[in-house]
Design a protein around this ligand. Sequence first.
Ligand code: ADP
Length: 542
Amino acid sequence: MLGLMQEWPLLCHKLIDNAERQHGRREIVSRSIEGPIVRSTYAEIHHRALKVAERLERDGFGLGDRIATLAWNTARHIEAWYGIMGVGAIYHTLNPRLFPEQITWIMNNAEDKAVFVDLTFLPLLEKIAGAVKSLKQVIVLTDEAHMPETALPNVVAYEEWLAQADGNFAWKTFDENTAAGMCYTSGTTGDPKGVLYSHRSNVLHAMIEAMPDAMGLSSRDTILPVVPMFHANAWGLAQSAPMIGAKLVMPGCKMDGASIYELLDTEKVTFSAAVPTVWMMLLQHLEETGKKLPYLQKVVIGGASCPRAITTKFQDNYDVQVVHAWGMTEMSPLGTLCTLKPDYAGLKGEARLGVQQKQGFTPFGIEMKVTDDAGNELPWDGKTFGRLKVRGPAVARAYYGGIGAEQFDQDGWFDTGDVAHINPGGYMQITDRAKDVIKSGGEWISTIELENLAVGHPDVAEAAAIGIPHSKWGERPLLVVVRKPGREPTKTDILAFMDGKVAKWWMPDDVAFVGEIPHTAAGKIQKITLRQQFRDYHLPTD
Ligand code: ADP
């Protein structure tokens, strides 16, 4: 017998409809690409998104078409997203930090038919557009007055294009499993892989995200998503904020400490989310200027392991709650968040920090397990680490085009490529990427743990651990260190600092000092390049 409840397909345009109805006057403030701070509301965004949909349809775009965006976080980018989804097309966020050849490859793989592009990225698009055969139209996210000269064919200024619509448009309706968005993983190994979100997965992800023990968002919040929309959907905030009616503050192209601080302060931001590097820049700015954060209540930190120093500074010096989080493009992207269950809520000092170093537990809607290489599930004992696998309604079940099938098993589990352990309380801790883990004498050494420990040294700016071939042990750890400007820590200083804080056999066999550590387009340490750099390195212990 079937239940007798209504069919109400989970479609993304319902999020913006709800924002307009219930929170129409709530603001969306953007640092525009042209310069000034501009203000809009959910009611205006809703109306303009309808116009985007109307215009797209008139230009011949519709169900299933991939429409790219090459843009920063602004209100215009959000309007474009909802307009694209509302006509049944698929927003495809491009990461401008990739090499032009990679972007060309991705656009061709996705067969993007049109692209919304920020002024900043027009020169980049000019270089590659000719090589993207499917591309029919370029919409520059600006007005006529700021429209630059360009040799690109079929180009139009967004505001001029939008002015030719009146917004008298009804969203298209279709099955909730219809594709809504697309994002390629940065591809640290092999070609980038396309992840295809559905309307249903986006809506469910927004609901999961807003829950109190996830990000805990409400209509009273003012949210600043520093994490870009092209980086795994701005971690879902472009959907969960309209869903709950929070004010949104969009940082545009400026993510340095002073610019982020200005928005946090003038817009009275209560909640923000970004990768550790961004927070490092903000904290440095605060230390240099002596400024405080009177409005900010909570920051979500993820994308890479959050150094202990960031957590302590936010909590002790600025009274801001830190929520460490883990996820990936394939998971829309949320996986776990480190809020405190009752057993941990009363912890203080080091004990509390120890829990907060973990990536946290899964909210309802995400399942996880760790297995050995043969697929046997490992115990939740907080120390046995293995491959981290996940499933849920907002987790990919395949990549676009069917590649990478080996990462998905027949029981619906997705192998994340991360290595982790889970404690009896359900808290997961990432110890490595499967391909980065150091295998010494058949045992695994966590590079993340070594790195986190090393950056705790006051004279260390950045550290990366890699495995170097060793005749006896197979591999042994080498710690690569960037010193803080004006500081001269030695190998002995650093090893003495680490001594006793990890197992003896985990201690690096050597320390190498470099001027810079290579990073990926997503700002993560590029271990492949680093390993290549140290290919001929000979450990003194060998
Ligand atoms: P890519 O997989 O190409 O690096 P993503 O942006 O999807 O692109 O990154 C997901 C990966 O980032 C995770 O699989 C994990 O390795 C890493 N990651 C994300 N958050 C954290 C975190 N809090 N701690 C450690 N690693 C993290």
